[in-house]
Design a protein around this ligand. Structure first.
Ligand code: COA
Ligand code: ZN
Length: 307
């Protein structure tokens, strides 16, 4: 079976937007459960302004504890600027992600910079990270629609993806920040972006606001993408993008991919343990579209069909 690579972004994209603020120990336990399930890569936290996102204020404590507890787990941290990179480096982070939105307004709302400044700051941050020997990812956020400006021009997405590639980003992540993409759009946009970014470096970060997350992931697979961001239990959403509901649930993505002949290396039973833990901690029901079926059919079988 052909492998695909999944980064679980629940610890960052999921927890940044929750009413309940989890302590470091709970975040570490969630990440440990993900690693136990076979997840090889997570986005652990973000080094952003604690005033902007108080849920991530403990990033400096989390990263060294995570590295000590799970040294083999690949984990990235989101940094919006050089100050974030410096904090991440001091904490011992090995991989960072910059976040560039493809519209003027989204950059201003998210990181208080215009598009041109955000592009330059992302380039500087990527360059500095590479000098420090860190792995890098670059989000191109609102790569389909912007909650403030409507449909994002495809030419802008291609232009910015090319700039992030030229700046040396190891992975370019096209993000459907508000979950408005359709499978046809995914095919069209991936086809255009792969002209300027090698397909092996291209990832899709999907949300499931309109129930099209799995269909969009399938469109991505058909278009050649083999790297995806998803969030266990579908926890997620950007606090600065109105209407952004949960992420594509990792359990939905794994179920679809494994049943379509791809190898994720991830156990659904293991993911369900992480969903149960997150539910208890966040005190609300969680889970993707397949959760009820999975709960009935997975518990007796320790792993998914393929792994
Ligand atoms: N981490 C922690 N503090 C930071 C920081 C970072 N990465 N970057 C700046 N700051 C601090 C500054 O030191 C300054 O502190 P002070 O007031 O105590 O001196 C304060 O924040 C303001 O700095 P400034 O450069 O003017 O930032 P800003 O107010 O324009 O905010 C960001 C810019 C990027 C820091 C802020 O908008 C942010 O953190 N956004 C993140 C949004 C996010 O996480 N979105 C969801 C994920 S996509
Ligand atoms: Zn997201």
């Amino acid at each position: 079976m052909e492998p695909i690579h999944i980064t679980d972004v629940a610890p960052r994209d999921g927890l940044q937007n929750q009413q309940v603020h989890l302590p470091v120990e709970s975040k570490l336990e969630l990440i440990r459960l993900l690693a136990d399930a076979g997840v090889r890569s997570v986005e652990a936290t973000s080094f952003v302004s604690p005033r902007a996102v108080p849920q991530m204020a403990d990033a400096g404590e989390l990263v060294p504890q995570l590295r000590a507890a799970l040294p083999a787990l690949r984990s990235s941290v989101l940094v919006p600027n050089l100050k974030g990179l410096e904090r991440a480096h001091v904490a011992g982070a090995q991989e960072i992600a910059v976040v560039l939105s493809a519209t003027e307004t989204m950059n201003r709302k998210n990181i208080n910079m215009g598009l041109e400044q955000a592009t330059e700051v992302s380039e500087q941050t990527l360059a500095a990270a590479q000098r420090l020997g860190l792995r890098t990812r670059a989000y191109v956020a609102v790569a389909f629609d912007c909650p403030f400006e409507g449909e994002t021009p495809l030419a802008e997405v291609v232009r910015l993806a090319a700039r992030m590639h030229a700046a040396g980003a190891g992975e370019i992540v096209l993000a459907d920040t508000i979950g408005s993409a359709s499978p046809g759009q995914v095919k069209e946009r991936v086809a255009a972006v792969r002209e300027v970014v090698p397909i092996e470096r291209l990832a899709l970060h999907l949300h499931d606001t309109r129930g099209m997350g799995v269909a969009n992931a399938w469109a991505g697979l058909e278009a050649g993408v083999r790297r995806f961001d998803s969030s266990v239990g579908g926890i997620g959403g950007c606090p600065f993008a109105p209407g952004a509901a949960g992420n594509l649930a990792t359990e939905d993505l794994v179920l679809m991919a494994e049943r379509s002949g791809f190898d994720t290396g991830i156990s659904i039973a293991g993911l369900l343990a992480a969903v149960d833990f997150a539910q208890d901690e966040l005190q609300r029901p969680l889970g993707g579209r397949s959760i009820h079926w999975l709960r009935r059919h997975t518990l007796s079988q320790p792993t998914t069909s393929g792994s």
